[in-house]
Design a protein around this ligand. Structure first.
Ligand code: ADP
Length: 191
């Protein structure tokens, strides 16, 4: 199973990614988490990425692409993977297509979580209080929403045209959203 999970900042991708990946026994690969881990460890990749992340901008494609390529080359990702936060640009879509076709596989579905703009800002401001993430300040949140709208939202139509788009309402309780995703992917929940 090879899946991508899309949605604006604050849509709840990270929370849902783990649940979907657990179901399929595949790793949930979050580019944001990998970047943050590198920032914390002070690696050269982290130093580079931090400049962009703190401003709400995307890390350059070359940096992100090679990081994802290395990650999905690892053993645990051979049966499949769920990408959370990648691809986010049309150039990344093309890279991912190449990575997947190289192994003779295909992308099975692109799940997109839809959430009202006002609810997104409220969720991120709440996360700012609990997690203290460096990019959850009001100005940076606004910039991240703009970048999503211009760079990433157009990818929805790309995957719709391919017939693999799965749109899911991301409003409401976490478990409700999970149930909707599972239903849309034809997953029978374990009791
Ligand atoms: P959110 O979905 O809340 O914006 P993430 O944790 O997914 O947050 O990502 C945090 C930051 O990491 C992004 O704002 C961006 O700077 C960087 N990042 C993550 N994924 C990508 C990507 N695919 N391409 C470029 N930059 C990325």
């Amino acid at each position: 199973m090879r899946l991508i999970l899309m949605g604006p900042p604050g849509a709840g991708k990270g929370t849902q990614a783990t649940k979907i990946a657990d179901h399929f026994g595949i790793p949930a690969i979050s580019t944001g988490d990998i970047f943050r881990a590198n920032v914390t460890q002070g690696t050269p990749l982290g130093v580079e990425a931090k400049k962009y992340m703190d401003a709400g901008e995307y890390v350059p494609d070359e940096v992100t692409n090679s990081m994802v390529r290395n990650r999905i080359d690892e053993d645990d990702a051979q049966p499949g993977f769920l990408l959370d936060g990648y691809p986010r640009t049309t150039a990344q879509v093309a890279e991912l297509d190449g990575m997947i076709s190289f192994t003779g596989h295909k992308l099975d579905a692109a799940v997109v979580l839809t959430v009202d703009a006002e609810e997104l800002v409220q969720r991120l401001l709440k996360r700012a209080q609990t997690d203290g993430r460096a990019d959850d300040t009001e100005d940076v949140i606004r910039r991240r929403q703009e970048v999503y709208a211009s760079e990433t939202a157009p990818l929805i139509e790309v995957y719709r045209a391919r017939g693999i788009l799965v749109e899911v309402d991301g409003m409401g309780e976490v478990d409700e959203v999970t149930a909707r995703i599972f239903a849309a992917l034809d997953i029978v929940p374990e009791s």
